[in-house]
Design a protein around this ligand. Sequence first.
Ligand code: ATP
Ligand code: MG
Length: 565
Amino acid sequence: MNDAAHDGDEGSKDFVREVIREDLEAGRTQTVVTRFPPEPNGYLHIGHAKSMCLNFGVAEEFSGRCHLRFDDTNPTKEEHEYIESIQEDVRWLGFDWGEHLFFASGHFDTLYEWAQHLIRAGKAYVDDLSPEEMREYRGTLTEPGKNSPYRDRPMEENLDLFTRMKAGEFKEGARVLRAKVDMASGNINMRDPVIYRILHAEHPRTGTEWCIYPTYDFAHGQSDAIEGVTHSLCTLEFADHRPLYDWLIASLPVPFVPRQYEFSRLNLTHTVLSKRRLIQLVEENHVRGWDDPRMPTLRGLRRRGYPAPAIRDFAQRVGVTKSDNVIEVQLLDHCARELLNKTAERRMAVLRPLKVVIENYPEGEDELLDAVNNPEDESAGKRQVPFSREIYIEREDFMEDPPKKFFRLGPGREVRLRYAYFITCTEVIKDDSGEVIELRCTYDPATRGGDAPDGRKVKGTLHWVSAAHAIAGEIRLYDHLFTEAEPSAGEGFLNGLNTESLTVLEGCKLEPSVAELPADAALQFERQGYFNRDPDSNDERLVYNRSVGLRDSWAKIVAKGGANT
Ligand code: ATP
Ligand code: MG
């Protein structure tokens, strides 16, 4: 078992787990079987992570199993690429479906037989109404629908037409198979829903074998029944489909009766979680791809440097409820930060360098100074950092005319260089335009390691990198993809894109030991946040993404009473 198993235990008293507990106690369920049912028409996002943590989580907790089932009933939008990437992402998040990999398309034969079963039972008919006519006949929320003139076709004729639909005799949209339920139902889903449609499209798995495909409603519950899924957990928008789910199960010779339960979908501030919108962002190049670190996809979060356990922790804190809500993205950042604080080794990196020459340090010499790798984890040990006469500090750590509360470097001021020495600024060098381009300082050799033997104190401690030893880096800083907390749900959502969501810093200076770390090691660059190496790195330069900053804006939200978890 992987470590995901241990995440979900305490505090998991949500209604889904209550239901399962009761079913087990009452003997209605022997082995809990759930499924995670992605449609392979896009990459997985953090909303799917919530669903996975629930489905795989409860299966694990109750010693059952969770199937991975591709809901591949719409060949026009589905691709192999997604089937592969989804499996990788599920594994990355820490879940294992074992041998229980299913495809709705793998059930197509049974579904076809069951459709015929419905026809024979007088519970399904072939309808020739055009899509527009069908819409008219369907009625509205306030008006009942009307029966189609084809509703009472003889059973034999329905069987014949359905066989010919399958044989490819008709054009797309010419005919559909509908369940015969109740056109006057208050629930529109029960007004003779379409259960098969004609699509002359090549399917990623079944090729051209089929030209009729079951709809979600006809495939989902039936797949659950075939696979013996006990608890079919889906999001709230399917609550209105549950009567149909139950009607179909009750009307078919199913080997097993599954039950559907609905929970609220995850909404997250400053982003969108709809595959359609995410596809648009990628296709219109508003982001650099599905794995752009600003994307809420698992690929994006992973590239950004959010560890899988932090995402599972987030899902657990969000919990499982029956009412819709919007979760602050700062909670996700908080989960990442909390984990990274314990696991990430510290290094020094200067993002916007300003050169400092230490005039009383011997020219051509250098030395190694001890630095702690992780104050939160003694076992991470120490490393040695080279120091020399010329170093870089952060541009923003110097002010020519500093206000009172600025405790960093200024003319005549003394500060500590982390793990190194106290330095005092003696001269400011500017270019013709008046921009500060270099500082001259002196150091106090007695303060080696960072403390003054005479007890003298300084208020500021700066990070730095030795100029001669620094390695070149590019650092990418990220901000929310959308400026507004809740981007508009309509087509205008792109207007809310944050034009400053990406800041690329070139010419950053990294401590040399950074190059020796494994490519996937999470790092804290001191005073700057948590970072991870981007695959764009090459021999010439390392590229780092900032996963999250150090400051916890979640704490502020909680303090203000604004958290909605
Ligand atoms: P989208 O609206 O992004 O297209 P979807 O529901 O069509 O998502 P599916 O691939 O069908 O995507 O989803 C697979 C499973 O993940 C479903 O059970 C679905 O309910 C669940 N899921 C999708 N989005 C969320 C979300 N935001 N929060 C929780 N569960 C989600
Ligand atoms: Mg869906």
